[in-house]
Design a protein around this ligand. Structure first.
Ligand code: ATP
Length: 313
């Protein structure tokens, strides 16, 4: 699989205080590889360094040490070349307040060298892509937060980037607008295969959107992978209690599909399942076949925040 990002030995510290003598290391010997074509989520608590990391990858900030390869280019030596192929949108998007949606997009299009018909055509395309037609002539300052975020995505796509960075794309949005934005992000990746790297605090958002995530903590990537795989690694899953009318059947519960852990407390069996809704029907059939007499099933769904807490402590 092709690589979008390859970071080796990345270090970054900020200097603080009046005399800038206090050194605060934020990234400490960080290594990370992100395959091309996926949506990758950088997760971590406030102040973990997510914005710092994304800014370095997007050529907006220089690291103190380490190598940064993005789309096969050296982000430190070939930044200008790389900037033609990437773009970034922040949850706290800044636009010229008095300009309309269309004027703002035309302004950014010009920054990328678009002129005349090709500029008009590209603005029309991104307006259509994010269903902003009705607001083309609305000044930025009159837009809702959800529309501002849609405009930020439209702006980032004006240059047809191969790689898109999104810093907290649903920050400050109400649940409906946040869901709309997530659907747009997923669609972009699905339809064009664009690599998207985003930061978020929201585990459900990461689960919905990201093919892979990396947990940032102590200046390093503490764990990386798909959420189901990380869940399995920590044996975090839905807790299912099976209550039997008689003795539980003698069967190999650990060998059942999706079982991460199990415990017998006759007449109850407690299972930890990766996904209870998809696994339970098959498990019930196997229990039936083994002669088990189930009287009750209780399901307590996994709290994905546990996964977040586990890696963010
Ligand atoms: N320009 C700067 N000068 C000094 N310190 C900085 C600067 N930028 C960030 N920091 C500090 O570096 C640390 C990491 O900040 P960063 O914004 O990268 O974290 P984050 O994970 O994105 O946080 P959040 O989730 O709150 O956005 C924080 O303690 C922050 O105060």
């Amino acid at each position: 699989m092709k690589t979008a990002i390859q970071l080796e030995g990345l270090r970054k510290a900020y200097y603080r205080g009046m005399l800038r003598r206090r050194r605060q290391p934020v990234l400490r010997d960080l290594h990370l590889r992100i395959p091309a074509g996926i949506i990758f989520g950088i997760l971590g608590p406030n102040g973990a360094g997510k914005t710092t990391l994304i800014s370095i990858m997007a050529t907006l900030l220089l690291p103190d040490a380490g190598s940064v390869r993005v789309l096969g280019l050296d982000a430190l030596q070939q930044a200008a070349q790389l900037r033609q192929r990437i773009n970034l949108a922040s949850g706290a998007a800044k636009f010229v307040w008095s300009l309309t949606v269309e004027e703002n997009l035309r302004f950014y299009g010009r920054l990328y060298g678009l002129r005349g018909d090709s500029l008009t055509e590209r603005v029309r395309e991104v307006v259509a892509l994010f269903e902003l037609e009705a607001w083309r002539r609305s000044p930025f300052e009159t837009l809702s937060s959800g529309l501002k975020q849609r405009l930020a995505l439209a702006k980032a796509l004006i240059s047809r980037p191969e790689l898109l960075f999104l810093d907290e794309p649903t920050n400050g949005l109400d649940p409906v607008a946040a869901q709309h934005t997530r659907e747009e992000i997923a669609r972009l990746n699905r339809q064009s295969g664009m690599t998207i790297i985003l930061t978020t605090h929201n585990m459900r958002e990461a689960e919905m959107l990201c093919h892979e995530v990396g947990f940032l903590g102590e200046g390093q990537i503490l764990a990386q992978g798909g959420i189901p795989a990380l869940q399995a690694q920590l044996a975090l899953g839905d807790r299912v209690t099976l209550l039997f009318a008689g003795k539980p059947p003698e069967m190999n519960f650990q060998g059942l599909p999706g079982v991460l852990e199990w415990r017998l407390q006759s007449p109850e069996v407690e299972l930890v399942l990766d996904h209870s809704d998809s696994r339970l029907p098959g498990i019930i059939r196997e229990i039936d076949a083994a002669g088990g007499d189930l009287s009750q099933i209780r399901v307590q769904e996994v709290d994905l925040e546990d996964l977040y807490r586990e890696f963010s402590q």
